[in-house]
Design a binder for this molecule. Structure first.
Ligand SMILES: [Zn+2]
Length: 516
């Protein structure tokens, strides 16, 4: 029954066949008490291997609609250390407890049945022996077929940890890749099509769903500062109403943002390498401690400042800690600057993403709370929503402050731009009774994107705010904000250009319209 939870269709039968030989052994009478005890232990371990495998698969399927060997799960595992795993468990302990309970029950039942294995006495009837031989024969054939054998829990999980380790080792040796990216960028002869000083502050945040921002129409007052800027700056602050991420988790989202959304076999440029080759001094400052991101992106910058050195996404390092670094970089005398600010945003745990006690949405009955209650969201999800919104309120302060610094610091005559977007969205009871990253609901992809420029070299298209926008294409917009011209430049994927041609991304969820 457990196998059926974690697998489907043909797989269930395959696993039953793989598990069968040990069970046949139970029907064979044994005389010696020592052999009997040995058999109990061995059969128990054997069956529990299958049970653990099934429960893990069922859990991943239920929470993420993903198989353990999917890149989503594998890169998350390769990128997770023990501390982060603990943090994850403390957030998802309820679900984990339910599955562990099921596993414990299975352990007891299996142990009881294993002890009841046939003992000395009459040899089993002839038909039973024939049956057992048939099962053993089929089982042995299953073990001889490689694709079948690979499904055995022990083999499968050994392979799995191999590939996770290989993934991690690959990230650790990326210097060569970065050198290649730089020489590839130089080969396109990038130049800056603008005189005088230029600065772009690129604020990339994590797990922000635009549906929770008052700036985008949410009824809780989560973004008072950004709204004040919008009222003051009007058209100069471009709020992209229909912004979407094409990925529901950080690593692929950032990979696409910086690599122009192009597949690996097209040898895409990297935005940071292009900027450097065009003469920009590049900063990367981050509140994440993440091997993959550091190796694939951050180390391409001239200056790397990682504020949060508590590995993983735990710890009370608030995004506001980065503001001093932003100010310092803005004060640097370099002529051309690209300053990338990587925030933690509202990544789970939500309650670690705002200062203690700063939750005005806590235990207040408002229309959001009532609507969640009406649609049957659990108390836990409603509480997560309150914390999430409090995280957004603090986030509003940090993001607005980066805009304020960009506007205030630097040479008055210079060109200055600021872009803010999230890597992906977050589900907090919007579509289902679930809180967290969400590849299977639209909430996982609904992000904010906001752009400010002190002046624009070209006239902005009239419909720029309502054009649907894809974060995996943002490289084209970022290089435009940097005014970089290069061999390979194009405008059809740049949402700020006249020649923009929207194409809907292929997402694993059905989206009725990308314009809402
Ligand atoms: Zn993320």
């Amino acid at each position: 029954m457990l196998i059926a939870l974690g697998h489907d269709g043909r797989r269930v039968a395959q696993l039953m066949v793989l598990a069968a030989p040990a069970l046949v052994w139970l029907a064979w009478p044994v005389r010696s008490p020592r052999v009997h005890r040995f058999r109990i232990v061995l059969v128990w371990l054997w069956v529990m291997g299958f049970a653990l495998d099934a429960v893990t698969r069922a859990y991943l399927l239920d929470a993420y609609q993903a198989a353990p060997d999917s890149s989503l799960v594998q890169s998350a595992a390769a990128n997770t250390n023990r501390r982060e795993a603990g943090e994850y468990l403390s957030m998802h302990w309820r679900a984990t407890l339910v599955w562990c309970g099921g596993l414990l029950l299975a352990a007891l039942v299996v142990a009881r049945n294993a002890r009841r294995g046939a003992r000395a006495g009459e040899p089993p009837p002839r038909w039973a022996i024939t049956g057992m031989c048939a099962i053993l024969a089929i089982g042995s054939i299953a073990y001889l077929i490689k694709p079948w054998r690979r499904l055995h829990p022990v083999v499968f999980w050994a392979d799995w940890s191999h590939s996770v380790l290989a993934l991690r080792a690959g990230w650790a040796d990326q210097q060569r890749e970065r050198d290649l990216a730089l020489s590839r960028a130089r080969a396109t002869r990038p130049s800056v099509a603008m005189d005088g000083p230029a600065t772009l502050v690129l604020v990339i945040t994590d797990s922000i769903n635009r549906d929770n921002m008052a700036l985008y129409g949410y009824s809780r007052a989560t973004t008072p500062r950004l709204m004040a800027y919008k009222a003051q700056l009007k058209d100069q602050l471009l709020v992209m109403r229909n912004a979407w991420s094409a990925d529901a988790s950080t690593i692929p989202a950032l990979r696409n943002m910086f690599n122009f959304g192009l597949p690996e076999d097209q040898q895409p440029q990297h935005v940071l390498a292009l900027a450097r080759a065009a003469g920009y001094k590049v900063w990367w400052m981050s509140n994440h401690d993440d091997v993959a991101i550091e190796q694939k992106h951050a180390r391409l910058a001239d200056m790397v400042d990682i504020v949060n050195r508590t590995p993983g996404r735990a710890g009370a390092s608030l995004d506001g800690e980065l503001l001093d670094c932003v100010q310092e970089a803005l004060e640097d005398p370099a002529e051309r600057k690209l300053i990338v600010v990587h925030l933690m945003g509202a990544h789970p745990h939500y309650n670690l993403r705002f200062p203690e006690g700063a939750n005005p949405f806590d235990d207040r009955i408002d229309d959001v709370e009532e609507a969640l209650e009406r649609s049957g969201r659990s108390m836990w999800v409603r509480k997560f929503r309150q914390e999430y919104d409090a995280a957004l309120l603090y986030h509003d302060f940090v993001v607005a402050e980066t805009l304020e610094l960009t506007r205030r610091i630097g040479r008055a005559e210079g060109y200055r731009a600021w872009m803010y977007l999230s890597d992906h969205g977050q589900e907090v009871g919007h579509w289902g009774n679930h809180a967290g990253h969400s590849p299977a609901t639209a909430s996982g992809y609904r992000i904010p994107t906001v752009i400010w420029r002190n002046r624009s070299p070209k006239r902005q298209p009239a419909d720029a705010e309502t054009r649907p926008f894809r974060a995996d294409w943002s490289g084209w917009t970022i290089t435009d904000l940097l005014n970089i011209r290069w061999n390979g430049d194009a405008t059809d994927r740049n949402a700020l250009a006249e020649g923009y041609r929207w194409q809907a991304p292929t997402l694993p969820v059905e989206v009725t319209s990308f314009e809402d």
